[in-house]
Write a protein that binds this ligand. Structure first.
Ligand code: AMP
Ligand code: MG
Length: 462
């Protein structure tokens, strides 16, 4: 499951320096005409000891990018390649972001502050290095919702409006600009390994693997560190794939450069939540073949891990890598069951029975077209009472559900009194329209509060 905030004093630890000049290139932030603070994530600022910054200090660091005390003196645009829609592209890398700072949180995890929209870098090519304000607002909504639904996700740490007019093909233009700071458990991607493999640099590959194992996974090296890292990544990514399903989430762009080696979900562009359990549902308008459709996300992530294995062949024989990869389907199945039970709020009663319950839930949702969030909201307290005329699949599901014990000793009033909290595209657009037309941020703030209330009821957030 995702981690909850773990308060800590500020403990800078810029470990990235140990990887030398090979990992990235010095980058300069853009000098923005304005810096208007729109969102600060104080829940998560507490985990890295920065919640007591006043707004002016916050803006100096996260809008002007004055280095944090004792942290990276110069930001780094990280190098990477990647498969985009299965086509290898060596011409990518941090083109509108950089790694800005690193620190330890309360339980010692090494966290990164990285940016999106902070200006051009050596990897911008024809891009402007910028992020639209709408893109920033969408990042807030995606990360808050996913966190509440138990998904291991990056956090939107800060959004500052920057006063530029941007031209974009997928938004009415000119459109407003912003710079985002993301808090995440590393910015090393599968594509980071692909770049090192493409350059044939075995020595740096070993260094990168060592960094990931010792700094990110906090483990000692085994005799085959490459296979060890792949095995750990397979575990995390299989769980991530399952978590997208139980959240009803479609990431939209599951390219290898968007897959973090820690298995933490990040980089939210054209994402959508699907209303129904519809495997064909796609998020990105440009995903014409449905490669990253709702029901194909596990396959896409498994394929990406295969590309990580290909890259790791530079320093490892194939058999141990293949063994690690082959565990994916089983790990995914187990994670699906665990996460379904979690969202339904019931305990396991054995593998076969649990599996039947999950299959019955999927059948009920898809054949009787019950919105996913409605289904989970009402069945959280084990009742079909909310459904006027339950169909045969729902009845079959309810019979199986009744065999399971609820985990809520005192059913949280949220499930009887709270409103169903969804994140469907119309609501996302309405929240943005209020900002675009009236500069009204209330609907966004209200939504974040509602999402966090759901997270607390699910015991995903504190
Ligand atoms: P994404 O689709 O956000 O994962 O980005 C894929 C690649 O395009 C990355 O190398 C980004 O840095 C780059 N990129 C996306 N948008 C821009 C932009 N506005 N300016 C420069 N580079 C960009
Ligand atoms: Mg990306």
């Amino acid at each position: 499951m995702n981690k909850k905030p773990f308060p800590s004093p500020y403990r800078p630890d810029s470990q990235i320096a140990s990887l030398g000049a090979q990992i990235g290139d010095p980058a300069q932030p853009a000098n923005f005409p304005e810096t208007i603070l729109r969102f600060r994530n104080d829940r998560w600022a507490e985990t890295i000891g920065l919640a007591d910054y006043d707004d002016a200090t916050w803006i100096r660091h996260f809008g002007r990018f004055e280095p944090l005390p004792g942290n990276m003196p110069v930001p780094l645009a990280l190098r990477y390649h990647g498969h985009q829609f299965r086509v290898y592209n060596p011409d990518i890398g941090d083109g509108r972001g950089f790694l800005f700072a690193q620190m330890r949180e309360g339980d010692d995890r090494l966290l990164d502050l990285g940016t999106k929209g902070s200006g051009t870098t050596p990897y911008s090519r024809r891009g402007d290095g910028r992020l639209t304000l709408k893109g920033g607002v969408r990042e807030i909504l995606a990360t808050e919702m996913l966190e509440a639904l138990g998904v291991n996700t990056s956090k939107t740490f800060s959004i500052i409006e920057t006063g530029e007019a941007l031209m974009r093909g997928d938004e009415p233009s000119p459109t407003r600009s912003a710079v985002m700071v993301r808090l995440s458990h590393s910015h090393i991607r599968i594509g980071s390994f692909q770049r090192v493999a493409a350059e044939g640099d075995a020595e740096f590959m070993q260094q990168l693997i060592t960094y990931c194992l010792t700094q990110l996974y906090n483990v000692a090296l085994s005799e085959n560190p490459a296979a060890q890292l792949l095995a750990l990544a397979v575990e995390r990514v299989a769980d991530l794939a399952a978590s997208y399903m139980t959240a009803g989430f479609v990431h939209g762009v599951l390219n290898t450069d968007n897959i973090n080696i820690t298995g933490e979900s990040f980089d939210y562009g054209p994402w959508r939540f699907t209303e129904y359990w519809d495997p064909q549902f796609t998020a990105a308008y440009f995903d014409e073949s449905g490669l990253y459709a709702f029901g194909r996300q596990a396959e896409a992530l498994h394929w990406n891990l295969g590309q990580l294995a290909v890259a790791l062949r530079l320093v490892s024989e194939a058999p141990p890598l293949i063994s690690a990869l082959e565990r994916f389907p089983e790990l995914y199945q187990r994670a699906i069951i665990r996460r379904f039970l979690w969202r339904l709020g019931v305990e396991s009663i054995g593998e076969a029975e649990d599996r039947q319950l999950v299959e019955a839930a999927e059948r009920a949702m898809s054949r009787e077209r019950i919105p996913i969030d409605r289904f989970f909201h009402y069945y959280r307290f084990g009742s079909q009472g909310a459904f006027a005329t339950p169909g045969e699949y729902q009845i079959a599901f309810t019979e199986l559900l009744q065999k399971h014990t609820s985990v809520d000793a005192h059913r949280d009033a949220y499930w009887t009194n709270g409103r169903i909290c969804s994140m469907l595209i119309n609501e996302v657009e309405d929240i943005w329209q209020a900002i675009a037309e009236k500069d009204d941020w209330q609907p966004l703030n209200d939504k974040v509060s509602a999402i966090r209330a759901m997270g607390r009821a699910l015991n995903a957030c504190s």
